[in-house]
Design a protein around this ligand. Structure first.
Ligand code: PGA
Length: 261
C-alpha cells in the first residue's frame, strides 16, 4: 500500500530534460536549433530547458517565448550582484533576460575554471535570491569510482554546496548527477550505477531536509545520455530526467530524449 502511494507521487512529479549546449552554436545556428526543438511535441509532464551560451539567450528566448513546455537556462553566473567583474554575468541580469534555470558546478567549470564547492554554493544562493532554479551538478572522476569511493565523494560535494541551504531554498534546486567519466565519452552509467547514486543522493537529502522535501527534488542524470539509452535511465525510480550535452545539439535526438518517459 505504502509502495503504491510512493509510486503515485513519483508518477505525478514533473520531469525535466535540460539541454546543455556548452560552447556551441552561433546566434544564427542556435536560433535554428531552438526553432527545431520548439517544433517538437512534448508531454505536459516534462519541462524542457534549453541552456545556450550567454550570447544566444535573447534569441533563443524569442523562439521559445510562447512554448509553455520549454524554459530558458544559462550555463553559469557570477555570485556578486553587479560591479567590476569583467566578463561575468549576474543572477539579476539572467533573470531580466528571461532565464529560469542555471547550470552550476558543472565538472567542466570545476576542472577548467577551478571552481570549488564553496564558490558554487555562493552561486546557488545568488540564483535562488533571484528566483532562478540552479541545476547543481555533482559526480565523481573515474579513479574515485574505481577506488569504490564514489558515494562518499558525491556526498561531500552535496554537503559542501547544498546542505547549508534552508528547506525552502533546497526545494528550489535541481540536482544533476554527472559521473565525469561518462561526460562526452560515450560511456553511460549503467542503470544500476545511476540508480545506486541517485538513491544515495535522495537518502542524504532525506536525512538532511526530510522525506517530503527529498522526494520532490528532481535528480537528473547526465553523461552520454542519448536517444538510445534515455528511456532505460529515465524509468529508474530515482531518476527524474536528464542533463544532455552532445545529444542536445541535434533537435530530433533531443526531442526523442525529452519524450523518453
Ligand atoms: P554529454 O554531456 O551528454 O555530452 O555527455 C553532459 C553534460 O556535460 O552536461
Amino acid at each position: 500500500m505504502l509502495r503504491d502511494s510512493v509510486k503515485f507521487s513519483e508518477v505525478a512529479k514533473k520531469k525535466i530534460v535540460a539541454g546543455n549546449w556548452k560552447m556551441n552554436k552561433t546566434i544564427e545556428e542556435g536560433t535554428a536549433l531552438a526553432k527545431a526543438v520548439a517544433a517538437g511535441k512534448f508531454s505536459s509532464r516534462v519541462t524542457v530547458v534549453l541552456c545556450p551560451p550567454f550570447i544566444n539567450l535573447q534569441s533563443v528566448q524569442k523562439v521559445i517565448a510562447r512554448k509553455k513546455s520549454i524554459r530558458l537556462g544559462a550555463q553559469n553566473l557570477y555570485p556578486e550582484p553587479h560591479g567590476a567583474y569583467t566578463g561575468e554575468v549576474s543572477a539579476e541580469m539572467l533573470g531580466a533576460a528571461g532565464v529560469s534555470y542555471v547550470i552550476l558546478g558543472h565538472s567542466e567549470r570545476r576542472q577548467y575554471f577551478h571552481e570549488s564547492d564553496e564558490f558554487i554554493s555562493r552561486k546557488i544562493k545568488a540564483a535562488l535570491s533571484k528566483g532562478i532554479t540552479p541545476i547543481f551538478c555533482c559526480g565523481e572522476p573515474s579513479e574515485i569510482r574505481h577506488a569504490g569511493k564514489h558515494i562518499a565523494y558525491v556526498e561531500n560535494q552535496l554537503h559542501n554546496a547544498l546542505f547549508n541551504l534552508t528547506e525552502a531554498e533546497i526545494s528550489g534546486v535541481v540536482i544533476a548527477y554527472e559521473p565525469i567519466w561518462a561526460i562526452g565519452t560515450g560511456l553511460t552509467a549503467s542503470p544500476q550505477q545511476a540508480q545506486e547514486m541517485h538513491a544515495s543522493i535522495r537518502k542524504l537529502l532525506k536525512k538532511r531536509f526530510g522525506a517530503t522535501t527529498a522526494k520532490n527534488i528532481p535528480i537528473l542524470y547526465g553523461g552520454s545520455c542519448n536517444a538510445g539509452n534515455a528511456a532505460e535511465l529515465f524509468t529508474l525510480p530515482d531518476v527524474d530526467g536528464g542533463l544532455i550535452g552532445g545529444a542536445s545539439l541535434n533537435a530530433e535526438d533531443f526531442i526523442k530524449i525529452a519524450n523518453s518517459f
